[in-house]
Design a protein around this ligand. Structure first.
Ligand code: SAH
Length: 342
């Protein structure tokens, strides 16, 4: 049975109808779930007691349980470990920027993409997250902090384009005017490059921000760190991205994690220029976080600065990702892994 708070408004109307209730109840329920963020039917005081009891029995609600929360003393970044109903653990992060608060959510438990520098993928994929579980990360953080969330990034554990249908439902619900109403332009999806899904997204023409985890400039080098390249080559990915840009008229972000001695030379920077020249894009250079299990080290500050200089000199807009929450030391994907291995 699907969770009731994963349903679209139209689906919710059907549920209400099947319970022989007036259709305006759907609006009330939607409002409790997605605007007021309430998980306890007994608090939904404008519903009749009999309806509340029916719902409790047929559609139990589950609020993500906060197992652990780490707060940075430097910048206020908060990292959350949540327990799902089936006991699986996922992580999410709240980051504060000048333009508002941003939540980074996970889209899967684990990941099967196998990127060599990433901790999320070491135990493979466990399962996809449901729309309610993706929303639950944002809602629990709002309930915990009373913070207004203005941006969402799908950059936590998992590959969002491998959980495509649920991701689309999440977008519909988080963007809904009767819910949190987070603008689609304030939502970023990060992918390792599932080319056919990038094309499907292009056809939907949503206006969200697409981020591509590139990390290397030739298929040979990329295969060694990102096995997905065996399935979709750099050419496949870049062709899909070009179509995405043409159809949506949106600027695409390329993420490039700099790994010492692997992809951070001046030669690499020049190759990146050749690949991206003329594209409506932005490059985000990420000093890679070292993970315990793997032998990949962060590039040096000097190499990173040189790399950025070469790109900027060729008019490829480049930023170096600011590290948030360094004192709570929980690099991409590592928080969950450390916890699960305790
Ligand atoms: N599967 C999606 C989203 C999750 S990864 C993707 O591949 O884009 C989100 C971002 O974190 C990606 O750019 C990924 O390459 C990056 N990342 C993974 N491991 C990292 C590490 N050890 N240090 C820095 N960034 C990392």
């Amino acid at each position: 049975m699907e969770e009731i708070n994963s349903l679209s408004f139209i689906e919710l109307e059907k549920v209400v109808k099947n319970l022989s209730e007036n259709s305006f109840r759907a609006k009330q329920l939607f409002n409790w779930f997605h605007e007021k963020l309430v998980y306890d039917y007994d608090k939904m005081t404008n519903l009749s007691l009999s309806l509340r009891n029916k719902l409790k029995e047929k559609y139990p609600l589950y609020e993500l349980y906060i197992v652990q929360k780490l707060v940075s003393n430097i910048d206020g970044t908060k990292k959350y470990l949540f327990k799902l109903q089936d006991g699986n653990i996922i992580e999410s992060v709240l980051m504060k920027y000048k333009h508002g608060a941003s939540v980074c959510i996970s889209t899967q438990v684990g990941c099967r993409m196998g990127c060599k520098f990433c901790a999320s993928t070491i135990d493979g994929l466990v399962r996809n997250l449901t729309p309610a579980e993706m929303l639950g990360q944002v809602y629990s953080i709002i309930n915990d902090t009373n913070e207004k969330v203005s941006n969402i990034v799908m950059m936590g554990t998992g590959e969002p384009l491998e959980n495509y249908e649920n991701m689309l439902k999440f977008l519909e619900l988080i963007n809904n005017e009767q819910g949190q109403n987070i603008g689609i332009r304030h939502i970023t999806i990060s992918t390792c490059g599932i080319a056919p899904k990038i094309l499907e997204l292009a056809d939907l023409n949503f206006g969200l921000t697409l981020a591509i985890s590139l990390h290397a400039t030739t298929n040979d080098k990329r295969c060694k760190i990102m096995p997905i390249t065996n399935k979709y080559s750099l050419e496949d990915i870049l062709d899909a991205v070009k179509i995405y840009i043409t159809k949506t008229n949106r600027r695409v972000t390329f993420e490039y994690g700099l790994i010492l001695g692997k992809n951070d030379s001046q030669e690499d920077a020049k190759e990146l220029v050749t690949l991206l020249k003329g594209l409506n894009c932005h490059v985000n250079l990420i000093p890679i976080n070292t993970i315990d299990e793997k032998d990949y080290k962060a590039s040096s500050t000097k190499n990173i600065a040189e790399f950025a200089k070469i790109l900027n000199a060729q008019n490829i807009q480049t930023t170096i990702r600011r590290k948030l929450g360094e004192d709570i030391d929980a690099a991409c994907g590592q928080l969950r892994r450390r916890f699960v291995n305790l």
